[in-house]
Write a protein that binds this ligand. Structure first.
Ligand SMILES: Cc1cc2nc3c(=O)[nH]c(=O)nc-3n(C[C@H](O)[C@H](O)[C@H](O)COP(=O)(O)O)c2cc1C
Length: 301
């Protein structure tokens, strides 16, 4: 009785509510995908997954943070407590000499560019060894030197590395990377295809070491391993350029475990970066980029 009275009293509002609900149901039905459409979409997705079998779940590392904590008891200091301290040999330059040297070094480094097209011209192995020795002079957390530089010149191994990276990069560009990321890379014209991995005479793969072993089998903890390796690779790039060679810094996303396995590196090592090294191809081009001026990168207080 009460309901009927309410309907009578608010009849126009009642009619409007019914009309709106009917309209919404109609719209929902109209735009809801049909069963056939749903089936088609599912089939397409399944097909994609099949194509990328094994890559849908990211491979995981054998050692994670929890394992590192569990290993804590095995860690021992790597440097002797009574380590000798010796006089530091140092040559002091005049101010004018320092200005000249620093200016010339800047001019040299300002010519460095990331090169993605290489010639097959040979490079003496000794040059590569000197470059890596230079990177090895880098500072490191508690002098742990947490790096391994794997140099590949064997063409078959380079081909194997290229296959792994191109496979993963295809998936990265088409699925793992965000649309924004892919759009940001477009002006650089980088794609999943990495010809330079077989064209450059050398590949240098830089691994960080989470820990290493002392002679007595105890573990040496590698503090700041990531940042130490980053500094060492900066020195590596500088040494490559100083030697008159070119490279490009590359970060092969999701390739670390597969490459570590091919290269037979131990589980405590993680791939950080890969550098193809050689001479630029005769027709090599680079993106027309500008660098920020000093005033935009430096604050003097
Ligand atoms: C951490 C890092 C990762 C990079 N990864 C890639 C990469 O995977 N592929 C690539 O072609 N370039 C890569 N680059 C190179 C940059 O695109 C390049 O340094 C930048 O465009 C500036 O150009 P320039 O090196 O010629 O000055 C990377 C650079 C850095 C520092």
């Amino acid at each position: 009785m009460f309901i009927l009275l309410m309907i009578q009293k608010y009849f126009p509002q009642f009619l409007l509510t019914i009309a709106c609900c009917t309209g919404l149901v109609f719209l929902f039905r109209k735009f809801r995908p049909s069963d056939e459409q749903k089936q088609r979409k599912n089939a397409q997705f399944k097909e994609k997954l099949k194509m990328n079998k094994g890559r849908e779940e990211n491979l995981t590392d054998e050692i994670d943070d929890k394992d590192m904590q569990d290993m804590e008891e095995d860690f021992a200091p790597s440097l002797p407590e009574n380590l000798a301290h010796i006089p530091f040999k140092f040559t002091k330059n005049s101010h004018s000499e320092m200005i000249k040297r620093s200016g010339e070094f800047y001019e040299l480094m300002n010519k460095r560019r990331s090169v993605r097209f290489f010639s097959k011209d040979p490079v003496p192995e000794e040059v590569i060894r000197n470059i890596i020795k230079t990177a090895g002079t880098s500072p490191s957390g508690a002098h742990t030197e947490p790096w391994t530089f794997v140099v590949i010149k064997d063409p078959q191994m380079k081909q194997q590395v290229r296959e792994v990276i191109e496979e993963e990069e295809y998936f990265n560009y088409n699925k793992r990377m965000s649309k924004q990321w892919v759009a940001d890379l477009k002006p650089l014209k980088t794609t999943w295809e990495k010809k330079y991995l077989t064209e450059a005479p050398y590949l240098i793969l830089v691994f960080k070491q989470l820990y290493s072993f002392n002679e007595d089998g105890t573990r040496k903890m590698h503090y700041y391993n990531e940042i130490s390796v980053a500094i060492a690779t900066g020195m590596l790039i500088t040494a490559i350029h100083n030697a008159g060679l070119s490279t490009v810094t590359t970060s092969p996303l999701q390739c670390g475990i597969r490459l570590r396995s091919i290269l037979e590196r131990p589980p405590q090592e993680r791939l950080v970066l890969l550098f193809p090294v050689g001479f630029p191809a005769d027709d090599c081009t680079v993106p027309d980029l500008e660098r920020k001026p000093l005033k935009d990168i430096c604050v003097e207080i």
